[in-house]
Design a protein around this ligand. Sequence first.
Ligand SMILES: [Zn+2]
Length: 222
Amino acid sequence: VIAIGYTHYYCRPRVLDASRFRDFVADARIIVAALTGQGLQLAGPDGSGEPIIKSNLISLNGKTNCGHAPNSAIVVPWPSADASGIADPGQDAITGKWFAGALLSSRQCTGDCSYESFIIERIFKPEGWEKPKDGLYFAFCKTAFRPYDLSVISILIAFKKHFGDAVRVSSDGTDQQWFDGKLPCSKLLDYGFEFQINDSGELVPKAADVSLDIAGGSKGVV
Ligand SMILES: [Zn+2]
């Protein structure tokens, strides 16, 4: 079993505010409906059925039986530096290799659009071994740059928008890949481009990132 792969991360308090979660869920529903309408194949957490988006839970994945052609060359995929978008069916998005597998120029299916389930519960139920750090529990979703990655990052942008400093979102991807999530958020919900993935891989408001740099003084302000 290979544990590495393209992943997004988030840290959240055990209980998320109910009214904010309601607004967040409403936005997630709009995102999922729009992306599904554009042909993105989304499913429930196990890759079958419908995405679950309800008042206390968001739980989805790509669709296992998506009907896309198998591509066995896509092993432990990782985006190339300028990777973006979703590959057309039949297109080969492999542009090279990284140390563990294939470099992709676009999100691409291998013949199975599912990978890890993406789950955000309003009330997190930690396992015995899960301890909060600074009051926040750690969660992640390895999407392996499958097409449903687009829905995951778009929903994480909505998550950050609604919960602000109460949560933290970070990613193996760069701002280049996250542009693809900001775009639907901006078109559908009128926010998104005020965030960026900073040098540490964290999704932060652009203005706040600048003030942090000034306060820290470590990067130098010209
Ligand atoms: Zn597929």
